[in-house]
Design a protein around this ligand. Structure first.
Ligand code: CP
Length: 319
């Protein structure tokens, strides 16, 4: 069954083209299903998709909810506050319950790393990981990659189209599911990936394909793309960072710091933003910012991800 648990599960050239198709459909402003599904994989456009959001979300939840509707399905939104998890029900039992009620897919946002894999083990329908703790956020990485693909002129999606480009991801790398999933996709298309954080927020082990550094200047030098990550305030409480001011002083992405990047360098951020902490207002709102383009791509990306995961796949024997 084609669960989407990791960025490595994404069929890359195909996904870029399908997201583009959904974007074009949206731009034409026609009915969200008519016509597009003619080009789509054979699709079972019936039933409900459970959106289990056990952690706050604006972008991911809103995009998945709209994408489910665009595919002709019904979104069944369940949050931790409103679910029987409050009565002690396990995630596995919740997933089994929803499957027994006939949902056709489960989208899961959960604070614990590995929760999406745990859900997939007991689910009879595809599970899509909408962010699990510090582990992965594959659909975010997919929309980030799509945003870059469009920015660089939609080169051959099957090629190493980011070869020769330097991408610097800056922030709390050790706890970042966005960095982890982005690294998987960026290296698949040939990017040189630098991961930069204060020493306490760098991963303990090396990450294949990435250069790790605590030196921001080194990471930003000649970068084509800079992605700032949200700084979680709990890192201060955990004693991993002295203060927000220290982070702002040493790691904030601002116009002065970007002077050593390439002149045409673009800036990304998965959101939500801590304006004035990891990114300055000036940069977040500048012409080089792709942040709202990332958000825009989020809907078409979730349409393509749902379409892929929920379509019958011959190799699964479930056509
Ligand atoms: N980027 C992201 O996952 O944002 P939300 O937490 O608002 O979904």
């Amino acid at each position: 069954m084609p669960h989407l648990l990791s960025a490595s599960d994404l069929p890359l050239p195909q996904m870029l083209l399908r997201i583009r198709a959904w974007e074009e459909k949206r731009a034409r402003g026609r009915d969200s299903r008519q016509g597009l599904l003619e080009q789509a994989l054979p699709f079972r456009a019936e039933g409900s998709v459970a959106l289990l959001f056990y952690e706050p979300s604006t972008r991911t939840r809103a995009a998945f909810e709209q994408a489910v509707v665009a595919l002709g399905l019904h979104p069944l939104v369940i949050t931790a506050e409103s679910a029987s998890v409050q009565k002690g029900e396990t995630l596995a039992d919740t997933v089994r319950t929803l499957c027994a009620q006939g949902v056709v897919g489960v989208v899961l946002r959960h604070p614990e790393a590995g929760a999406a894999h745990a859900a997939a083990r007991v689910s009879s329908v595809p599970v899509l990981n909408a962010g699990d703790g510090a582990h992965e956020h594959p659909t975010q990485a997919m929309l980030d990659l799509y945003t870059l693909w469009v920015h660089f002129g939609m080169p051959d999606p099957a090629s190493h189209w980011l070869a020769g480009r330097k991408v610097a991801i800056v922030g709390d790398i050790a706890h970042s599911r966005v960095a982890r999933s982005n690294l998987i996709l960026l290296t698949r298309v040939g990017a040189e990936v630098w991961l930069c954080a204060p020493p306490n927020l760098l991963p303990a082990a090396t990450l294949p394909g990435a250069t790790l550094t605590p030196c921001l200047q080194e990471a930003l030098q000649n970068a084509d793309v800079v992605m700032a990550l949200r700084l979680q305030r709990e890192r201060m409480e955990q004693g991993l960072l002295p203060s927000l001011n220290a982070y702002r002083r040493d790691y904030q992405i601002n116009a002065q710091r970007l002077a050593c990047a390439r002149p045409d360098c673009v800036v990304m951020h998965p959101g939500p933003l801590n304006r004035g902490v990891e990114i300055s207002d000036e940069v977040a709102d500048s012409a080089r910012s792709l942040i709202l383009k990332q958000v825009h791509a989020g809907l078409a990306t979730r349409c393509a991800c749902l379409e892929y995961a929920l379509s019958p796949h011959p190799e699964s024997g479930a056509v």
